[in-house]
Design a protein around this ligand. Sequence first.
Ligand SMILES: Cc1ncc(COP(=O)(O)O)c(C=O)c1O
Length: 405
Amino acid sequence: MVLEQVIADAFPALHQTIGDKPLIYLDSAATTQKPQCVIDAVSHYYEHDNANIHRGIHTLSMRATNAYEGARKRVATLLGASRPEEVIFVRGATEAINLIAQGFARPRLAQGDEILITEMEHHSNIVPWQIVCKQTGASLKVTPILDDGTIDMDAYKELLTPDVSIVSFAHVSNAIGTINPVKEMCALAKEIGATTVVDGAQAVGHLHVDVSDIDCDFYAISGHKMFGPTGIGCLLGKYDILQEMDPWQGGGDMILAVSFEETVWNAVPFKFEAGTPNIAGAIGLGAAVNFIEKIGYETMESKEQELLAYGRGVLQAIDGVKLIGASEHNAGVLAFTVDKVHPHDVGTILDSFGVAIRTGNHCAEPLMKRFGLTATCRASLSVYNNTDDLDCLGSAVKEAIRILG
Ligand SMILES: Cc1ncc(COP(=O)(O)O)c(C=O)c1O
């Protein structure tokens, strides 16, 4: 069987109809579909190994602990972390960035300090910094982007002044798909001694990421955007920095000893994992890492790049369709508008043809504003898509224009 079919067959949710039309899923930037191996790993845990971790000496608890810690090792290896302890399980990229903002930034920032982000950030990489600015008196600066959806690197360099303490940016934009030059951006930030945070939520499901090579201080990921379950993600941080940090939340498992007089924190990474974590989610994420490694990033990237070029061709051939921020280095996002038709109406008509896309501001209101828009249509690709999906997208968009345009 050709690889394409093997991949498509691995995703049970893709094999259904919406009304009488086969589902065409083009919303992977919102969340990817889950391969059977991930679903099986989660079910297997609940059916056979369900127990709390780290605390029990009985067999189930040990099995659950081994599976959970095994998943940590799988993530560390996939992303090139120096050691598994550099991987902290959290709910997703949102929680990872909030952990950095509250656990790292808040105790270290004061009036006069600056946090530098970019104009293309997801709200998850804007609002946590706004909160910490309010708490500490620090201020937020924003690097503009160019018309082609890339970061204005000249402006970035100018904005990197000595007052900048933290620089935080997306590896890949969720709204327009731009792949940012994160290694270069981190190196420039290091020159002024800033701490670097990369929001990798949209990267790891598409690109080979090596945090040691990028040399960032923190890297945030979301399990559900890389074929894993919802409600699980990771914060990767340099070990020395994690050791210096105080915990963010208190509770069980993050302590070594508790008395009313004094409490001693557990070691990294456990001091950041208070309470019972999402054990099944972590195990599912470990299975998602196995899936990615089985397919291989090379295959994923080349397939998605072919589909992206094809999809751009399909949409550009339609009168009235305009691609937004279609940069050269793009991780499979087709952002577009349709003349005289509101994105929500396009999305509704497309759904009636079984085509699932995302419409709206994509949790990136400042980016929409940059392009003079309030909303766009976004078709986002993954390894299970094919050119037929994009032909269906094109036909459905033409229908939307015929009906509403
Ligand atoms: C670029 C980016 N950052 C952060 C997030 C937040 O991820 P989560 O909601 O999984 O925490 C998303 C989700 O869409 C995203 O696309």
